[in-house]
Design a protein around this ligand. Structure first.
Ligand code: GLY
Length: 414
């Protein structure tokens, strides 16, 4: 364990942890919000980010829609209320339609879409069925399990079509093979568990092998020597040689985009969980320490670590929620002393998020976690600005997931 690196993360030293009661209360607030919004959104889906504090109603056609289903599954796990299950299953059916009709699926975000929706359904309903069998009840919903499985497998196959042998990675955006888009992005680490799952259910190792190849390529190039990270990395389409790292949503090519760093934390923890490769542990320790060292004193990350205490720039609360999930995931695999440290760091982040960003008793259409930033335009990134200091769906989802992880031994959707 890189104790020395963590010792330098003194931003967290004096911060209070979250109590079990606070975590229970916060989760209850989330469940109320999901319930209110299920009524508000009906068969529509919240947009990726809110506008003036309210999510617009949209169709299932963005990379973020699986998070909304995931929020419903988490609420169902907590309450056992069949209303959540009914809506989540309707959403799984809509994901099957989306996959069949190929609605905005020509990109790499199959894991973000299909893990918290369809893989979650598959895992939860199978577990429910096993328990019911023990109780000699026969209400297992085989049809729903099959639908979730074939939809998630179709998504995994779709993602496999984006693997680039030259370079050894999954191409993020654009037409597969397009030389102008021949790059990976750090976020894609979260798409890899869909492929681990696909190997598990089919018995075919190819999904897992390509995922592991991608992870190795990504880690070798997006993680800089000081464990800060690039958002995206280009390769030569002719030779597969690494070309350059640049940002898409960060402030500068050489800066640290807070959410990208958080994807690195959670992505390396999940990778370690599947492969138990010490190299992934080393990277996790490094990217985690770098994230912690760059937090402002109130622990709510600025959207890019070019900014810190005193800056008027907006925050990205979602980055802290993602990081907390990664810390809690890695805590499952390490010895007691290190697990205690990781859980304590996660708890401090969650306490800060709860005190500063959790919206209680919001209006219909409002989200859970205030102060997220989807994309902020800068001189270098040229990105379309949206969702600045707003709710975003992944912030809401990962905040709930982290609370769930703090409160029970949770079987991951990833
Ligand atoms: N995966 C896209 C984002 O984090 O904005």
């Amino acid at each position: 364990m890189e104790n020395k690196r963590y010792e330098r993360t003194n931003r967290l030293a004096e911060a209070p942890e979250m109590t079990a009661r606070e975590a229970d209360e916060a989760f209850a607030v989330c469940v109320e919000t999901v319930k209110r919004n299920m009524a508000y959104f009906g068969s529509t889906v919240p947009a990726a980010a809110s506008v003036d504090g309210i999510y617009p109603k949209t169709a299932n056609d963005d990379w973020t829609d699986g998070f909304w289903t995931g929020e419903m599954w988490l609420s169902y796990e907590e309450t056992g209320d069949s209303a959540f299950k009914r809506e989540a299953l309707a959403s799984v059916a809509d994901f099957e339609r989306r996959m069949k009709e190929r609605v905005v699926v020509d990109h790499h975000d199959m894991g973000f879409l299909f893990s918290p929706s369809c893989v979650a359904a598959w895992r939860l309903l199978k577990r429910e069925g096993a328990m019911e069998e023990e109780q000699h009840e026969s209400v297992m919903n085989d049809a729903a399990i099959e639908q979730a499985k074939r939809t998630a497998l179709a998504a995994a196959d779709n993602l496999m079509g984006r693997f680039q042998e030259k370079g050894g990675f999954f191409q993020a955006w654009g037409t597969a093979g397009d030389p102008k888009e021949y790059r990976l992005i750090i976020d894609c680490l979260l798409n890899m568990p869909l492929l681990f799952w696909a190997s598990e259910v089919t018995g075919n190792p190819i999904y897992r092998e390509k995922a592991e190849c991608h992870i190795r390529t990504a880690m070798a190039h997006v993680v800089r020597d000081d464990y800060s990270t690039y958002h995206t990395y280009y390769f030569d389409p002719e030779t597969g040689a690494p070309v350059k790292g640049i940002t898409q949503q960060g402030n500068r090519n050489g800066s640290i985009w807070a959410r990208g760093q958080a994807w690195g934390i959670y992505g390396s923890a999940l990778s370690y969980g599947y492969f138990h490769d010490p190299e992934y542990m080393r990277l996790f320790d490094g990217v985690t320490a770098c994230f912690m060292e760059n937090l402002p004193s109130d622990l709510i990350p600025y959207w890019d670590f070019d900014f810190n205490d005193g800056s008027p720039e907006p925050r990205d609360s979602s980055a802290a929620a993602i990081a907390a999930c990664g810390l809690l995931e890695m805590a499952r695999y390490v010895e007691q002393e290190k697990a205690g440290l990781l859980i304590s760091m996660a708890s401090k982040l969650m306490k800060a998020l709860t005190d500063r960003c959790l919206l209680r008793d919001g209006a219909p259409g409002a989200g859970i976690l205030l102060h997220g930033t989807y994309a902020k335009r800068s001189k270098e990134n040229g990105v379309n600005q949206s969702g600045v200091d707003e709710f975003n769906l992944w912030g809401d989802y990962f905040y709930m997931e982290a609370l769930m992880r703090m409160r029970k031994d949770w079987e991951r959707y990833w």
